[in-house]
Design a protein around this ligand. Structure first.
Ligand code: GLN
Length: 205
């Protein structure tokens, strides 16, 4: 990438905000913390970090961000949810709290904490599909959700383990990872999202 051209918001209500900022900074993408609706103005993309999806859901409501973020995603704003962030994007959530809300932008079924206590936190090797290309990537999973089913419109961009469980999925302008790409050194996913958030790419849609 040459000069930074996209500004990506990082939802900064809870979770590992700084790690996302550092990771995007390393690939030349400007970031802005999003805490209030006005922080969404003029963004080219939005990252929903990991944390606790139940807490994030409550904070999104109390901050007044839930509706404006839902509207922005519905209007085509590229969004990248990691771990709890992916849960917030999923159309169907198993083992969630009953009052937990979702933007329902990704046609997937996820189960919260779906790897169970044996795999509470683990480092796996993720096998990438053609886009983004290349070698398997080390990936950190922390109380991660499991993607149980994906709809026909959803591309599975990476899998993990013998059962080839989907761990990176994309549906148009919506990207979701069950792991934490901001916690490892590989920057392919930040580059992929940067390309989705490029103003030129967005105008072409
Ligand atoms: N278990 C968390 C949830 O259900 C997600 C964990 C994470 O984001 N690292 O929201």
């Amino acid at each position: 990438m040459g000069e930074p051209s996209a500004t990506v918001g990082v939802l900064a209500l809870q979770g590992d905000v700084r790690e996302h900022e550092t990771a995007f900074g390393e690939v030349g993408v400007r970031t802005r913390r999003v805490r209030r609706p006005a922080d969404l103005d003029g963004l080219d993309g939005l990252v929903l970090p990991g944390g606790e999806s139940t807490t994030l859901s409550m904070l999104l409501t109390s901050s007044g961000l839930f509706e404006p973020v839902a509207e922005a995603i519905g209007g085509g704003l590229p969004v990248f949810g990691t771990c709890a962030g992916l849960i917030l994007l999923a159309e169907r959530v198993e083992d969630g709290r009953r009052d937990q809300r979702s933007f329902a932008a990704l046609d997937v079924t996820v189960r919260r904490n779906g790897y169970g206590p044996q795999r509470f936190s683990f480092e796996g090797r993720v096998v990438l599909a053609p886009d983004p290309p290349g070698e398997p990537m080390p990936a950190v999973f922390i109380r991660a959700p499991v993607v149980l089913a994906v709809g026909a419109q959803v591309e599975v961009l990476a899998t993990e383990g013998e059962g080839a469980t989907p761990v990176l999925v994309r549906q148009g302008h919506v990207l979701g990872a069950t792991f934490h790409p901001e916690l490892t050194a590989d920057r392919r996913l930040q580059r992929l999202f940067a390309s989705m958030a490029e103003p030129a790419a967005r105008r072409g849609r």
